[in-house]
Write a protein that binds this ligand. Structure first.
Ligand SMILES: *Cc1c(COP(=O)(O)O)cnc(C)c1O
Length: 232
């Protein structure tokens, strides 16, 4: 019940943020980030009409995908850092990959994507706040990586993703997001497949939407705080 209430609250916030900048909330996808949360929590979200889910850990994500296979028509996004030795599972199970940051991983995902599946939807991750602790490429490297991905038949370049440095101040949140918006528009001019700007989490969702986000990744506001010490 709470998860269903949380989802309607988040949807109302999306609606409000969209209205504030004269956008349609139809153009903003809500991705429910279910990492560390059990399948029962996902089931509650499904009952509230949620269909798109984001996972950060390969093994955990694959287990959930297998659990729901044939039970519900869901779309699964991989949003965590990926080691190359785990790329095969992402290529075989997920629909979207948000964290592309090097050509080598793109090549592996392209080679490993099963031929009976649609191409894997790919977002290039930008390290917009230039934090050494975060993955993602610099904007200066974007053109080259985008060009490489666009040549790969089993991948489809859908856009950009970012996790900026956490800021509580709205203006500072917007500063990073506006840079992303510029880069996204630039990319759209070159690739007709680009239609997704993945940015905004529980604490910076409104700013992200004001700056053109088309997909917000929300965990805490839907499923509550995460406990990383409890195994599934
Ligand atoms: C965990 C996570 C989220 C969700 O964050 P919340 O603050 O809980 O909404 C979004 N994006 C990524 C990449 C994450 O790892």
């Amino acid at each position: 019940m709470t998860i269903q209430n949380n989802i309607s609250n988040v949807k109302a916030l999306i609606e409000q943020a969209a209205e504030e900048c004269h956008r349609s909330s139809q153009d903003i996808t809500l991705l429910a980030v279910s990492k560390t949360k059990p399948c029962e929590a996902i089931l509650d979200a499904i009952e509230a009409g949620q269909r798109q889910f984001g996972e950060n850990y390969v093994q955990e994500g694959v287990e959930k995908i297998q659990f729901f296979a044939g039970k519900a028509d869901l779309v699964w996004h991989f949003i965590g850092p990926l080691q190359s030795n785990k790329s095969r599972l992402v290529a075989e199970y997920f629909d979207w990959f948000h964290t592309l940051d090097r050509a080598k991983i793109a090549q592996r995902l392209n080679d490993q994507r099963p031929s009976d599946k649609a191409p894997l939807n790919v977002l290039i991750q930008i390290n917009i706040s230039d934090e050494t602790s975060k993955s993602g490429i610099q904007l200066a490297q974007l053109d080259e990586l985008a060009e490489q991905v666009s040549q790969m038949p089993n991948l489809i370049l859908r856009g950009l993703m970012t996790i900026p440095a956490p800021e509580i101040n709205y203006e500072l949140q917007c500063k990073a997001f506006r840079q992303m918006e510029q880069a996204y528009k630039h990319l759209q001019m070159h690739y007709s497949s680009v239609d997704t700007l993945s940015m905004g989490m529980t604490d910076d969702m409104a700013a992200a939407i004001h700056c053109g986000s088309t997909l917000v990744r929300i965990g805490t506001a839907i499923f509550g705080a995460r406990d990383y010490n409890t195994s599934l």
